[in-house]
Design a protein around this ligand. Structure first.
Ligand code: ADP
Ligand code: SF4
Length: 699
């Protein structure tokens, strides 16, 4: 039957190859890459199975003179890397999708820690980050070599079975983009100066690659059309436009986005809307006859159709939406819209890459586990004892995911939640400024649970041990979550600050908890947030309370506020927003180690983490964001009884407070391993082992 979404399923030619539909997984990192090639292949294959018409690699190194170790990106230095890459192309082709590869020469974005070659860049400059490594400026001979290395890699990529070969000039991570900008290119030769000169290397490389493989492979150009450094950068309406005009019909496909990576993969906290790149990229289609792909955290089929019919894009590009739901296209095709697991825009996925841990996702607990544990995002083994009863206590991310997967397995599930509304922290945190999308974690799961006749849900039902015993369920899973500590225990004060609550009270300083703010308690005046947690909560509370008119100061022992959000690409945006809101930031200060934390009425003392220098801050209220206390009372009480359960376990934040992603994963693992306890044993997942051989000893 014809549907308004049919347009998304039209085949689209890309040079000599044809994509089966408009769903396009653009290159994105997995931190699997050359370190975990089988896991990488399976990860990409699942997306092809889920209906994505084009599946790309992450960035792929093409030569040892530009390698980003210790990061686990792709590697195609020479023909010896072909077999590992072929694992992916074969797996993707099995499902009828095209396989694309993003050839990358990183310039001063690579420190070459493994090869130890001096990096080659557009100029002599320190490499990105803080490593004491400097790149040297490429000579004309180097430029010829870099072009040739692209050609060699393109031929090897074709031999590995790739259909689409990318030339990469994006994210401020590629030498081909560095040559484009005045910030990184002040060369006096024919590759510097005028825009025509600065585009020369990109144009030559693109043409070389087309000449080498363009008869059988599509050649794509990934270009950042906007890099906001004024005249030093690329502004979409100025040089961005001119670059596209200069190269107009050379690539077979334009993959356009904005730079840097933190703008391209903006979190929902800073870019709440789908399609947020349209204002920068929409012009591209007016300047080329070739198809255009772009991204914007697209999860709504109607928004996708609108992008196509309004002539903004030809392909719906996705990295994160394909991570959160590898079966997004299939679900749209089959009209299963309420089964779409929408990305929440949290960037736990990018954080994985940045900490060099295999990819994971808040919404999709199977992400990165496809090969390692053999998990499929849409399939789960049936119950070992169908109809056996399972009681899940707590309907936060862990409990909801566990109940859903157990229900899908065919168990008779009872889900009890003490509050009137389901969702746990995915509900409460979503009430804070910038975190509205976190409610998708609960919304997706509640929506699906409501369709399962074998799952009974009881909100407003706080259970104690006697209640649980009375229910006589053979399997009991406790997912009771956690709460923020009120004693300041955390990294700096392992056992808290003695008597902090009474001391604050005697100094007439109110103590508010994050939970109180989430519940809408009124907070007024000068509020000090003490953040020894270092992820998002401290800065979100600062933003939220400043937005409500409080005079907010955030004190952190770290060098920067929310320092871990460096990995979720948010840290600079957080600094900017706190600055814009007038929040005072005091970094490298902590609460004093002793109980003398007040300097008189409504005055809080903090000390420098190294020098001990004392600062006294005026305070009407203090909010501690240090660590969380797991709610284990119910579990402990049950363990203390001679309980009759076949299964009794505690999962998620109740076991060990962590990210929402970790709680969802814990719920999923508990459900998969019920009555198959050996599956929960960590040692039993598959590992990629290095094959020892002497064939690679000499070149
Ligand atoms: P997680 O992230 O591990 O899922 P959350 O804190 O988000 O943890 O969710 C835990 C949920 O468990 C909360 O909604 C809380 O109200 C609920 N809960 C805690 N204790 C009980 C209990 N004894 N009976 C029923 N529900 C409980
Ligand atoms: Fe989206 Fe977060 Fe999953 Fe990344 S980790 S795909 S941002 S839900």
């Amino acid at each position: 039957m014809a549907s308004r979404y049919d347009i998304l399923f039209e085949p689209v030619p890309i040079g000599p190859v044809t994509a089966p539909n408009r769903f396009f997984q653009v290159p994105h990192c997995t931190a699997l890459g050359h370190m975990h090639p089988q896991a990488e292949a399976r990860n990409r294959a699942i997306k092809a199975e889920g209906g994505w018409g084009v599946i790309c690699t992450q960035e792929v190194e093409i030569h040892p003179s530009s390698e980003v170790s210790p990061f686990a990106e792709g590697r195609l230095w020479d023909e010896r890397d072909i077999p590992a890459m072929r694992l992916m192309t074969d797996a993707v082709h099995e499902h009828g999708a095209l396989a694309g590869i993003e050839l990358t020469y990183s310039g001063h974005h690579a420190a070459n820690f493994y090869s130890r070659n001096p990096p080659l860049a557009s100029l002599s400059t320190p490499v990105h980050g803080y490593a004491p490594v400097q790149a040297r400026a490429m000579t004309l001979a180097d430029i010829r070599k870099v072009r040739q290395w692209h050609v060699n890699a393109a031929r090897n990529a074709r031999a590995a079975g790739f259909d689409l070969i990318y030339v990469y000039a994006g994210h401020d991570m590629s030498v081909l983009q560095h040559f484009l900008t005045r910030k990184w290119n002040r060369r006096a030769d024919e590759y510097g100066g005028s825009l025509v000169n600065r585009v020369r290397l990109l144009k030559e490389t693109l043409t070389d690659v087309k000449n080498a493989v363009g008869d059988t492979c599509g050649v794509a150009l990934r270009l950042a059309v906007d890099e906001p450094w004024g005249t030093d950068g690329i502004e979409a309406h100025l040089e961005g436009r001119e670059i596209v005009s200069l190269l107009s019909d050379i690539p077979d496909l334009w993959d356009v986005n904005i730079s840097d990576w933190s703008r391209d993969s903006a979190t929902a906290r800073f870019q709440p809307d789908q399609g947020y790149q349209e204002q920068y990229t929409a012009f591209v289609k007016t300047l080329t006859q070739k198809p255009v792909v772009g991204v914007g955290r697209f999860t709504s089929p109607d928004t996708m159709v609108s992008q196509i019919t309004r002539g903004v894009l030809d392909f719906i590009g996705a990295a994160r939406p394909s991570i959160a739901d590898p079966f997004l296209p299939a679900k749209i095709r089959d009209g299963e819209f309420d089964r779409i697991r929408e990305c929440i825009g949290c960037n736990i996925c990018t954080a994985s890459d940045n900490i060099i841990a295999p990819i994971r996702c808040t919404q999709n607990p199977t992400m990165g586990e496809e090969w390692k544990r053999g998990w499929h995002p849409e399939k789960i083994d049936p119950a070992v004892t169908p109809g056996d009863r399972v009681l899940v206590v707590g309907a936060g991310p862990a409990g909801l995911e566990c109940a859903l997967q157990l229900g899908l397995r065919g168990y008779e599930v009872t889900l009890a939640e003490s509050t009137t509304e389901l969702g746990g922290r995915s509900l409460t945190e979503s009430r804070l400024t910038g975190l509205a999308s976190y409610s998708r974690v609960k919304d997706y799961r509640i929506g699906r649970l409501q369709t399962l006749p074998n799952v009974q849900i009881f909100p407003d039902n706080p259970l104690d041990a006697a209640d649980v015993l009375q229910l006589e369920s053979p399997h009991v899973i406790i997912a009771t979550g956690s709460q923020w500590r009120v004693d300041a225990a955390g990294r700096q004060h392992t056992f808290g600050v003695p008597n902090i609550q009474s001391t604050l009270q005697s100094a007439d300083i109110a103590q508010v908890t994050p939970e109180m703010v989430m519940a809408g308690s009124s907070v007024e005046g000068r509020v000090i947030i003490y953040d020894d947690d270092h992820y998002y909560m401290g800065s979100v509370l600062a933003e939220h309370l400043a937005g409500q008119g409080c005079e907010v100061t955030i004190v952190t022992p770290a060098a920067r506020v929310s320092s871990w959000t460096e990995h979720t690409l948010e840290i600079d945006h957080i600094d900017q927003r706190l600055h814009d809101l007038g929040v005072t930031v005091i970094a490298q200060y902590q609460l004093p180690d002793h109980s003398d934390i007040t300097g008189g009425p409504r005055a809080l003392n903090v000390t420098h983490v190294v020098t001990g220098q004392l600062l006294t801050l005026g305070a009407d209220a203090v909010c501690l964001v240090t660590s969380r206390l797991a709610n284990t009372e119910l579990f402990d009480a049950l363990v203390a009884t001679c309980h009759p359960f076949k299964t009794l376990k505690i999962i998620g934040d109740g076991e060990a407070p962590s990210t929402v992603a970790a709680a969802v994963y814990a719920g999923h693992l508990a459900a998969r391993s019920l009555e198959c306890e050996q599956l929960a044993e960590d040692a039993l997942f598959q590992r990629e082992l290095i094959a020892l051989s002497d064939t690679d000893r000499h070149r």
